[in-house]
Design a protein around this ligand. Structure first.
Ligand code: G6P
Length: 615
């Protein structure tokens, strides 16, 4: 959601800011803009649409010179996506310019007050209110920009990451964060501002990640001063050395990030269990779990909170934890959990799953669970993200940057981490026999190879995609461990092809969705040999008798489903608890190819955002 980029230094800011905005496109947005200052004038250009549209418009409108600049991709909250509501926004004097992620909740009362004192507003945004509030403080209190930002932010309620500069003092950018991420890239006599490190990774590996409630004044040639917004106390900034490299955030010959990320799954899963899964020693080593083993073992239950695809990974984990570790599990949408006065006790373990580590609802759920005394464990992909810092302990998925909005490798690596935890607890509790435990470890180690095998069906899946690309609806069915995979398969199709799709437990079909089945309806059925196979075959018979079109995801060598289905896609055999890691692959490829054939924007589907930092 919304992306911020800024530069202050000795190079031309424009190419850095523009490229940075392109790198942040994956976050999801509907308009974009840039402000540049070139020692004489402040130039602002913005537009509804994509960064390519901005480039075209901007280069015809303004000169692109200047060593101070910032840009923004906007995902509309207040005010429709149009040129005027796009950021950056100027203050009434035209001196201050701001970009903002998040929501200022009390903007209406602030706006009323500023209007009564003669301020005028051109957009419908809360951001324009904030920049004028800062200007008002400068005028009234006769303070510098940094102080004015601080005073103004202390009058606001809401969430934000902001960057603001004053064209009359063009040697500094002031930034602040509360609830939305903000990183400062520290170069040699130059500084970069961004929502994540991807816009500046080719310039510097050193970054300061602001904590919630912190602001910084970033001065050309003079360094960065970080303070607490509330009490003005100085903070010694921690400069982190980034592990990210450019290759990880580029497409590397793939047509889309999503496809690249689907193909990265064998190595991503290996990276997830590297150093943790010690098959020869029969050990699973995970510091976050080892250090808190008693909490896990004494837990009366585990509550999993997450959103979107991460919630589906949580559902898979429910089956895995209960089956292997015999610990009761509840899986909750974070957005529901946070508002329903949940019963949480100090002996509950709450696991929060989040790829980005920034999802606002998941973050709020964590805070609530902590308030109620629970031990909160995070499963995140983005290292150093807000959720990874807010949780009591955690385990990273180590999937590498996921840029495609539709989550793929994050899902399978989340399942991998959660399976490792479940196995570890099962061993510690004695709920799994030694031989079963070792068998699971050995099998888990073969999963990357089996994912690789599944990817070989790509061309065949393309043919299936071509056959069903014009469907208006699609049903996904699975049972047991593969019921959440059916939900995830349906979500993937919806997200990127805009075809309506529903995931259902196969047996539940007869309580509703069966009414939808006719010769127009493709039904994707996960029917691997392990786990209720015969029952699923009966469900397939029921679809067949109603002329539904059947696409079976089957185990290699299957014959029964092949006889009934219109198409089958084979996957390698594995133990039941690990099948989701394999059966997910063809569903990802199927939705990818359908979306490509329909000419959709696969990596940035309409209206969606990669990291949802508003509730
Ligand atoms: C958005 C993304 C999804 C993601 C969900 C949760 O909706 O588009 O792909 O699953 O947020 O995000 P998280 O970063 O918390 O896993």
């Amino acid at each position: 959601m919304c992306g911020i980029v800024g530069y202050i230094g000795y190079r031309e800011a424009y190419p850095i800011v523009l490229k940075g905005l392109q790198r942040l496109e994956y976050r999801g947005y509907d308009s974009a803009g840039i402000a540049l200052y070139d020692d004489k004038e402040l130039k602002v250009s913005k537009t509804k649409g994509k960064v390519v549209d901005l480039k075209e418009k901007l280069e015809s409108e303004i000169s692109t010179t200047g060593t101070l600049g910032m840009g923004h991709t906007r995902w509309a909250t207040h005010g429709v996506p149009n040129d005027v509501n796009s950021h950056p926004h100027l203050s009434n004097s035209g001196n201050l310019v701001i970009v903002h992620n998040g929501i200022i909740e009390n903007y209406e009362s602030l706006k009323k007050e500023l209007t009564s004192r003669g301020y005028t507003f051109h957009s419908d945004t809360d951001t324009e209110v904030l920049v004028n509030l800062i200007e008002d403080v400068i005028k009234k209190e006769n303070v510098k920009l940094g102080k004015a930002v601080q005073i103004a932010l202390n009058q606001t309620v809401g969430a934000y990451a902001i960057a603001v500069f004053d064209k009359t003092k063009p040697n500094e950018i002031v930034v602040a964060r509360l609830g939305s991420p903000l990183a400062i890239g520290v170069g040699n006599e130059e500084y970069f501002i961004a929502s994540d490190a991807s816009p500046f990774i080719e310039f510097t590996n050193n970054a300061i990640y602001l904590e919630d409630g912190e602001m910084a004044v970033v001065r050309r040639n003079k360094g960065v001063k970080v303070r607490k917004i509330k009490d003005d106390s100085l903070v010694d900034p921690y400069i982190q050395e980034l592990q990210l490299n450019l290759e990880q955030i580029e497409k590397n010959g793939f047509d889309h990030f999503m496809l690249k990320e689907i193909y990265e799954q064998p190595s991503a899963i290996t990276d997830t269990y590297r150093g943790r899964l010690l098959v020869d020693d029969g050990i699973i080593r995970m510091a976050g779990v080892d250090d808190n083993l008693e909490r896990f073992l004494n837990a009366k239950r585990i509550v999993i909170v997450a959103c979107g695809t991460s919630w589906h990974a949580g559902l898979v984990a429910e089956y895995v934890f209960e089956d292997l570790a015999r610990i009761p599990v509840e899986v909750e949408y974070a957005s529901e959990f946070r508002y329903r006065n949940p019963i949480i006790n100090s002996d509950d373990v709450v696991i929060a799953i989040s790829q980005s580590g920034e999802t606002a609802d998941t973050m709020a759920a964590i805070k609530l669970a902590k308030e109620k005394g629970a031990f909160v464990f995070g499963v995140c992909n983005v290292v150093g993200s807000s959720i990874s810092r807010e949780t009591n302990a955690g385990a990273y998925t180590h999937a590498g940057p996921e840029i495609g909005v539709a989550s793929t490798k994050a899902f399978t690596t989340q399942i991998t981490v959660l399976t490792l935890i479940a196995l570890k607890l099962a061993k510690a509790k004695g709920s799994i026999s030694n031989s079963d435990f070792h068998m699971h470890l050995r099998e888990l180690e073969t999963i990357p190879q089996k994912v690789e095998e599944s990817l070989k069906s790509n061309e065949h899946i393309q043919k299936v995609a071509f056959k069903y690309k014009d469907a208006r609806n699609c049903l996904y069915l699975g049972r047991g461990f593969n019921f959440p995979v059916a939900l995830e398969g349906a979500l993937k199709l919806k997200e990127i092809s805009y075809i309506h799709a529903e995931g259902y437990p196969a047996a539940e079909m007869k309580h509703g969705p069966i009414a939808l089945i006719d010769e127009e309806m493709p039904v994707v059925v996960i029917a691997t040999r392990k786990g209720h196979y015969e029952k699923v075959v009966s469900n397939i018979q029921e679809i067949k008798s109603r002329q539904g079109k059947i696409i079976g995801i089957v185990t290699e060598g299957d014959t029964s489903v092949r006889e009934l289905a219109d198409y089958v896609i084979e996957v390698p055999d594995t133990i039941e608890a690990l099948t989701p890691l394999i059966t997910t692959i063809p569903l990802q490829l199927l939705s990818y190819h359908i979306a490509v054939m329909l000419g959709k924007n696969v990596d940035q589907p309409r209206n969606l955002a990669k990291s949802v930092t508003v509730e």
